[in-house]
Design a binder for this molecule. Structure first.
Ligand code: FAD
Length: 389
């Protein structure tokens, strides 16, 4: 693959000087022209965010600031986890998305790099890097979320080598805008070894996407129906039966990206304090709650820093981090009701605090629920007896 290396890619090589990396990135983000309509929409763009988000992503890509964790030969920056975290923090500070969407670069890219054929890498990595193609993750089903290995969508291979998919997926973020989906489906009866991963063109015959409307009025989720969808023989990622290993790569990266939310939580905390003070609702009870949460954010910030400095992405620290981040963000959002009182019932589009309060509910569910993180910590870290199954 041939890629020109733009000017900022090499700043991540200065691993001994994180302050310099931060200063250069901050400077770049401050000066970069922002497309009209661009906002920090989080990990997934809505349909209205796609155009400004894509223009912004292209500008980042032209300057070597997308796919930071990918190898340089594929247009990445081979950036350390610290370098990636600095970029994510500075993007949050500047109030801009760090890329068009999370799924293609953070989840699909590492999967194709680890399991993809040379043809799959050639066909997809560059269009992911430049933001030309949006991807969605087709894993969860109505009867399988926490128990992901319980999925029922089936894929059968025909005599001509092609695959036929039948089933239903749900909570598929960005599916309505996506060009491709990474699908986890059942190719055999064994709970884990019977799973395989595939690339699904979202415009294939038999793929139906139905958007779902969330609490905050936005529509990022979708239901996806797969009715006898015929896939090319080369659509499988890795070998039949390697689906669980593929899924684990995506879930590990998902947890890692959550830690970068700490900066936006500090911004939300500042906004809560400002609003409570301006509205005269800062009584001792609210002040105490805000102070406790402020301390929790700092604890989170330092736990995150320690985890990324260790550089071990498989560390159980990331399960602690996921749990702490999700619950702090939910609790921060909930404080909006104490600050706003009955005004918390207004349209979330009119007040970012109301929006944060509603979106905060998703944090303890996405990327593995808090109950599941506690199970992981109890069983795999503390060595407690396994839950009865
Ligand atoms: C914002 C957001 C974006 C998402 N995006 C995607 C996406 O793009 N693609 C995708 O495939 N999925 C996506 N999901 C789905 C997400 O992965 C699932 O919602 C999550 O894994 C939980 O599964 P579930 O909703 O089926 O809940 P369930 O697994 O049915 O859980 C229901 C409740 O039971 C609890 N529970 C379940 N099992 C146990 C247990 N063993 N011990 C204790 N408690 C338990 C859970 O903690 C939860 O409280 C997204 C979810 C959210 C909120």
């Amino acid at each position: 693959m041939t890629t020109d290396f733009p000017r900022l890619t090499t700043i991540f090589d200065r691993t001994d000087d994180p302050d310099r990396i931060r200063a250069e990135i901050r400077d770049f983000l401050d000066q970069a022209p922002k497309p009209p309509g661009l906002r920090d929409y989080g990990p997934t763009p809505t349909a209205n965010d796609v155009e400004p988000g894509r223009a912004w992503h292209r500008h980042l890509a032209e300057n070597g600031l997308t796919c930071l964790h990918w190898p340089k030969e594929y247009g990445g920056a081979d950036a350390s986890v610290v370098g990636q975290a600095i970029f994510a923090e500075e993007a949050a500070r500047a109030g801009v998305p760090r890329q068009l969407g999370i799924t293609a670069i953070d989840l699909v890219g590492p999967v194709l790099l680890a399991f993809g054929t040379p043809e799959q890498k050639e066909a997809h990595l560059e269009s992911i890097r430049t933001g030309d193609h949006i991807w969605c993750q087709l894993f969860s089903e109505p009867g399988a979320g926490s128990d992901l290995a319980g999925i029922r969508t089936t894929v059968e291979q025909r005599d001509d080598g092609r695959w036929v998919v039948s089933g239903q997926k749900v909570w598929s973020s960005a599916a309505a805008s996506a060009d491709y989906g990474i699908l986890l489906a059942r190719t055999g009866p064994d709970k884990h070894k019977g799973l395989s991963a595939f690339i699904v063109p979202m415009n294939a015959d038999g793929v139906t996407v139905r958007p779902l409307v969330q609490l905050d009025g936005e529509s990022k989720f979708n239901e996806v129906f797969l009715d006898d969808v015929v896939l090319d023989a080369h659509a499988i990622i890795g070998e039949p039966g390697q689906g669980w290993a593929v899924a684990m790569v995506t879930l590990g990266r998902e947890r890692l990206t959550l830690g970068s939310q700490a900066v936006s939580m500090f911004r939300l905390h500042e906004k809560l304090v400002e609003t409570a003070t301006a509205r005269g609702s800062m009584d001792p009870v609210l002040a105490r709650s805000l102070t406790t949460l402020w301390a929790r954010l700092w604890l989170l910030r330092y736990t995150w820093q320690r985890a990324i400095e260790s550089g071990d992405l498989t560390s159980p620290t990331f399960s602690v981090l996921k749990l702490m981040t999700s619950e702090a963000e939910r609790d921060l959002g909930d404080l909006a009701t104490d600050v706003l009182g009955t005004d918390a019932c207004i349209d979330p589009a009119e007040d970012p605090l109301v929006h944060a309060m509603l979106v905060g509910r998703a944090q303890t569910i996405l990327g593995g629920t808090s109950e599941i993180q506690r199970n992981i910590l109890g069983e795999r870290v503390l060595g407690l007896p396994k839950e009865p199954r």
